[in-house]
Design a protein around this ligand. Structure first.
Ligand code: GLV
Ligand code: MN
Ligand code: MN
Ligand code: MN
Length: 428
């Protein structure tokens, strides 16, 4: 079915990996953390500047640029059969606090370079090709991961919930969006939803964020499935009081309830017996946060994931039971136990896997089928489109920290496979 091959055209098929590296370095300067760390949070000034940078590059690549009400950005190259469902690719450019330059970014700047590769190759797409920059893949500001792609996939519950969503500074989602130039006229986000069938395929290029490809010396990871993520917000409340004057038997310390629950999260994850079950308490805030005041409130956020959805749900149930038991034993109240998201895993489309395998083979690049333990916008695009994902190696598997790194050669390989796969999918 993918009869379109590298030999179908005779112009050179080559990646300008030096320019790509330069762009990655430039984009990383739009950051609220000192280099080499990158912090780029949704709708901040740095995010707006970074978006402008990407839109400019899309324009230079000859793409027509459109933005939706939450700032998902689309760059389109019309095919010669523009009414056929398009082939899309893309990723995100937001970066969690003190992270690196490559997470998401490789799938956006790499996609623009893939389009440039195809143009230099004199390729003419049959189906239109589209690059998508997704709004807020990371949950940093509003606690919701993959905000843009969830909405594209038609998440009405989220569209409603955003009307009452605020960030840690009590700034509403809509005020923040407006400050970045989005959601100007509406508070109805249904305009963002895409119809199923808008795309015949969606593929995302991303760094592996794990060590396998580097250790095994494999160039391209072809993702067969994305693990099921969940996140939970928990609040405990006690009476607080003076750290010297309130004697130990009279305390109900909300902070101790939270740390006890953090240890219970680890225990319940390990009880699953599978190496694929993981759990993390990445946020733990104590109120009032003074050395001489017993914490009267504790806020924690728990991330738990598994490739097996049922097993992950069992962990969530156990965490909930522990939260209740700990609250009772410590005479604090469990004032919130909110499951923010509890998503099923997603499977890649067989025909897209085959296109990526064929492209790697034609380019003489080794490849390997693997699962994605991190989540990606692809998890939600899979709800409205056949989906595929590909990984490139990254140094020691580092991600979500400043040491994150992918070599120019590895990015070049990823962009070549992406470009050729887009060409095949466009012609099929
Ligand atoms: C994405 O950043 C994830 O946490 O998997
Ligand atoms: Mn990330
Ligand atoms: Mn990412
Ligand atoms: Mn991610």
């Amino acid at each position: 079915t993918h009869s379109f091959t590298l030999t179908s055209l005779s112009a050179p098929f080559s990646v300008d990996s030096q320019t790509l590296q330069k762009q990655i370095d430039e984009l990383s300067t739009f950051s609220d953390a000192p280099a080499p760390a990158v912090t780029r949070v949704l709708y901040t000034d740095k995010d707006v500047l970074a978006r402008r940078y990407i839109k400019n590059l899309m324009g230079l690549a000859g793409l027509s640029v459109r933005e939706d009400a939450v700032g998902n950005i689309f760059g389109r190259w019309d095919g010669y059969e523009p009414d056929l469902p398009a082939v899309a690719t893309g990723s995100h450019i937001d970066a969690i606090p003190y992270s690196g330059k490559y997470d998401g970014v490789v799938g956006v700047l790499g996609a623009i370079e893939a389009i440039n590769v195809l143009k230099r190759w004199a390729f003419k797409p049959k189906r239109s090709l589209e690059i998508i920059l997704f709004t807020s893949e990371e949950p940093t500001r509003f606690g919701i991961s993959c905000l843009g792609s969830r909405l594209l996939a038609g998440d009405e519950t989220l569209a409603k919930a955003l009307k009452a969503t605020v960030d840690g500074q009590n700034i509403s989602f809509f005020d923040a969006a407006r400050s970045a130039g989005y959601a100007r006229y509406e508070d109805d986000l249904s305009s963002v939803f895409l119809k199923k069938g808008t795309y015949s395929a969606f593929i995302e290029l991303h760094i592996e964020q794990g060590p396998i490809l580097e250790v095994e010396g494999v160039a391209i990871g072809i993702v067969t499935a994305i693990a099921a993520p969940a996140s939970i917000k928990v609040d405990f409340e006690g009476s607080g009081g003076h750290a010297g004057a309130v004697l130990m038997p009279n305390r109900n310390d909300a902070g101790l309830a939270a740390v006890e629950l953090a240890l219970a999260v680890e225990k319940h994850v390990l009880e699953s017996g599978s190496i694929d079950t993981v759990g993390t308490v990445g946020i733990l805030d104590l109120h009032p946060g003074a050395i001489n005041s017993i914490p009267s409130k504790a806020h924690m956020e728990i991330d738990t994931r598994d490739i097996d959805e049922k097993r992950r749900n069992t962990v969530i149930q156990k965490i909930h039971q522990s939260a209740n038991t700990i609250a009772k034993n410590r005479r604090v109240s469990l004032s919130e136990f909110k499951i923010v998201n509890q998503d099923p895993p997603a499977l890649s489309e067989k025909s897209i896997i085959e296109a990526m395998e064929a492209a790697s083979k034609e380019l003489n690049l080794t490849n390997k089928l693997m699962i994605s333990r991190a989540y990606h916008d692809s998890l939600f695009m899979a709800r409205i489109s056949p989906m595929g994902m590909m990984f490139i190696p990254c140094y020691k598997g580092y991600s979500h920290k400043p040491e994150e790194y992918a070599s120019q050669d590895d990015m070049e390989n990823g962009v070549m496979v992406l470009a050729l796969t887009l060409a095949k999918l466009s012609m099929s």
